[in-house]
Design a protein around this ligand. Structure first.
Ligand code: SF4
Length: 750
């Protein structure tokens, strides 16, 4: 830890965040528009930030957003426009030559566009022409299962519910979504051991937890308002343990942007203990910490573990204990890259706390053993009954505002039979029962010619997916691609033989339908369902809402077949959609009345009260062998990361202030000793080659950056490094791509 370590140079947040917010907002929106839009984001009668899924406090501040939330809002509310003239000037081939950053800087899409077969230009069409053309294309398929209906995590509950009904009405469960690419390992891992695929804590639990473990997550950049909760916890004496291969500024120090007096100081120290685990070393580390807890129990029998909880509410403890006891410290140290003394220190923090929350994100889920990582966290929490009580529990933090809500209302390729039964009853049809394709399955099906139509509801599938070249070619192999989007991105250029762009309203914009102004609803990481209502005038008069577009497509494609759904009525009044949801989705009874209350309502799960919906009604310990994460001599284990100037695939700029990187995203981070060992220096350019089951993929010309990383580990930015991640390299059980762990070799660039 040194002053020239970017993580220690300054506190996260503080003056830097305020300055960045003011500069960006004024540049992209102007002062008046900035005030208009930033004064309503995350307010109870305002709109939900289109960024991550961190919850809002009951008492909102006047400025209830973070620096990256402001960037997300500015990005959507930009006055720039991509019109028919733009597409007349720019051919698809010419646009493909532009960077992803440049594409997204062009502005908001304004009208429906079609790329006719054989044409190199998008041309304007009417909405009716678009719906009719897409209907023609979908109906021309030999089977409904040749179609894919992708959903991004920004989609509202109302649009997502109609979308799944449309796809199932069309006859398929091919509903891949961005959750497949990020927290699927959390859903699968938690579902198996506590009976629900979601966290069990609330924001209020952060106010009483004694210790908070932050594992494989960089909240300073990806969930910035979480730092306020961590700072408040520190100030009242809670302890924080950070587990991350990289030293991240947001986990070291934080100055609250709304506390000017703190800007000039060094801020609040966040992590009391920082464990820089090797990439892929989480199972070993968590078993090591648990082993030390068992040692403490052996020293003080009956006074460390929650025996009543273990006996009364769990199963599998003894088999798990035997497994952990067999693990030697040396093996755990080698596999985790962390010294036993440090693991024991983390265990001491755990044991000293009566109430512990464990938070995590992609650093845990996007590994071959992502599900095992999640379940090892739960194993640790169960030891002292840290679940289903105030101040304690598992907390996967979602990176997209409604990714959790989409899944809740039916966006899944493997729907539960009970859900389909209720859907059939509600809409008098027979939904398909065979499981559909997830994101990885969708890429392979398009690549192999089994899927011929891709419909994207938001997002940037071509860039968010692994194996970028394979995915781009797979999309281009389709007969039909449809992108429902707010802004131009690369997925519009990886287009099928016939391609359509349908521009939709953004989260910040007023949505007025036949029955009047509408609001939509979303669900955050802590299962709070709440409303979102845009305030700005739409970017163009011809835009339609996601709900109206899905309803229009369903009417045109299904033509009255399939579900007995009043599509137009749904589009005219979203309360009708919520009414249907209240009968189909458990926990949404009295939906309309409850969501109209300030702050909305919590979707409770049994696990929050220790009622585990597992086969035997008990929380389950699971045994996981240490995964093989070694690499061949001279190679590294690469993890992908996000800069402080991006949101998922959206690049806001080329600087990464918190890591001290400026003006370049084609960088590879390596530790000082590894740089020395490969005989290279910071600034040198290297070609990076991934190795997977005999296959190689190479990216050229990455600039080496010295960064505090464990030996044998490297890091590069998502999505630039996605091309190194093979489509068939994914987590067991969840099929989440292994963006966080790829074996690579380096060679000096020519
Ligand atoms: S923490 Fe997440 S949801 Fe909150 S303002 Fe920032 S980006 Fe938006």
């Amino acid at each position: 830890m040194s002053r020239d370590d970017p993580a220690d140079r300054a506190a996260a947040g503080g003056l830097g965040a305020v300055a960045s917010t003011l500069v960006r907002s004024a540049r992209d929106l102007g002062v008046v528009r900035s005030l208009e839009v930033l004064s309503t984001v995350n307010q109870t009668r305002g709109f939900d930030c289109p960024g991550c899924a961190w919850p809002d406090p009951d008492v909102r501040a006047a400025t209830e957003f973070c620096e990256n939330g402001a960037k997300a809002v500015a990005h959507e509310a930009t006055p720039k426009r991509v019109t028919a003239d733009f597409f007349a000037d720019w051919s698809i081939s010419a646009l493909r030559e532009q960077s992803d950053y440049w594409l997204e800087q062009q502005g908001r899409l304004t009208e429906p566009m079609r790329r006719a077969p054989g044409s190199d230009h998008y041309e304007p069409v009417s909405w009716d022409e678009a719906f009719a053309g897409i209907a023609r294309g979908l109906r021309a398929l030999d089977s409904p299962d040749e179609a894919l209906f992708y959903t991004s995590g920004r989609t509202s509950n109302e649009a997502a519910f109609l979308y799944q009904l449309f796809a199932r009405g069309f006859g398929t469960n091919n509903l891949p979504d961005c959750s497949n690419l990020c927290h699927e390992s959390s859903g699968v891992g938690l579902g198996e051991v506590i009976g629900v695929g979601k966290g069990t804590v609330s924001l209020e639990d952060f106010e009483i937890a004694d210790a908070i473990f932050v594992i494989g997550q960089n909240p300073g950049t990806n969930h910035p308002r979480m730092l306020s909760a961590l700072q408040a916890a520190k100030r009242r004496g809670a302890r924080i343990v950070a587990i991350n291969p990289l030293r991240e500024r947001g986990l070291v120090r934080f100055a609250h942007p709304q506390e000017p007096l703190s800007w000039l100081g060094r801020g609040t120290e966040i992590a009391d203990l920082y464990l820089q685990v090797r990439v892929g070393g989480d199972v070993a580390l968590l078993q090591g910490i648990a082993k030390a807890v068992l040692e403490a129990e052996a020293r003080r029998p009956g006074r460390v573990l929650d025996h009543a909880f273990l006996a009364g509410r769990t199963t599998g403890f003894e088999a798990w204990r035997a497994h952990v006891a067999e693990q030697g410290w040396e093996g755990l140290e080698t596999a985790s890259g962390v010294d036993r003394g440090v693991m024991r220190a983390a265990a001491a923090e755990y044991v000293a706390a009566d109430r512990v929350i464990a938070c995590w994100a992609m650093g845990i889920t996007q590994h071959r053993n992502g599900v095992a990582n999640v379940q090892e966290i739960v194993n640790l929490l169960l030891l002292r009954g840290n679940i289903g009580v105030p101040g304690a529990g598992p907390c996967p933090v979602r990176g997209h505002s409604n990714v959790q809500g989409d899944r809740t209302v039916g966006i899944t390729e493997k729907p539960a039979a009970a859900f389909l039964d209720r859907l059939d009853r509600e809409f008098a049809f027979a939904a398909p029962r065979d499981a559909g394709l997830d994101a990885v399955g969708a890429i392979c099906a398009m690549r192999d010619g089994h899927a011929k139509a891709f419909v994207g509801l938001g997002g940037n599938f071509a860039v968010a997916s692994p194996d970028s070249e394979v995915t781009a070619q797979a999309l281009a192999r389709c007969d039909l691609t449809v992108q429902i989007s707010t802004k131009l991105n690369r997925s519009h250029l990886c287009c099928g033989r016939e391609a359509w762009i349908l521009p939709c309203l953004g989260r910040t914009e007023r949505d007025v339908q036949a029955s009047g102004p509408q609001f939509v609803t979303v669900e955050n990481s802590m299962s709070v369902v709440h409303r979102s209502e845009g305030r700005l005038d739409p970017a163009a008069g011809s835009l339609r809402s996601e709900v109206a577009i899905v309803a229009g497509l369903a009417e045109a494609v299904l033509g009255g077949d399939g579900p007995a759904a009043p599509w137009s009525l749904f589009a005219s009044d979203y309360a009708r959609i919520r009414d249907a949801i209240s009968r189909v989705v458990p926990g949404f009874d009295d939906y309309e009345a409850r969501v109209r209350k300030p702050g909305g309502f919590v979707l409770h799960s049994g696990a929050r009260q220790r009622r585990f919906e597992t086969p035997d009604g008990r929380a389950r310990f699971t045994v996981h062998p240490l995964p093989e994460t070694g690499v061949a001599p001279g190679r590294f284990r690469l993890t992908t990361i996000r800069s402080h100037d991006q949101f998922n695939t959206t690049i806001y700029g080329h600087d990464d202030r918190y890591r001290g990187i400026a003006g370049d995203r084609r960088v590879l981070l390596l530790g000082a000793r590894d740089l020395e060992e490969v005989g290279m220096r910071a600034g040198d350019r290297v070609d990076v080659t991934s190795h997977h089951e005999g296959e190689t993929r190479t990216l050229r010309g990455f600039r080496l950056v010295e960064y505090d990383l464990p030996r044998g580990c490297a890091a590069a930015y998502f999505p630039e490094a996605n091309a190194l991640v093979p489509v068939d390299s994914f987590a067991e059980g969840s099929r989440t791509p292994t963006y966080k762990s790829v074996e690579v070799s380096l060679a000096a660039s020519a």
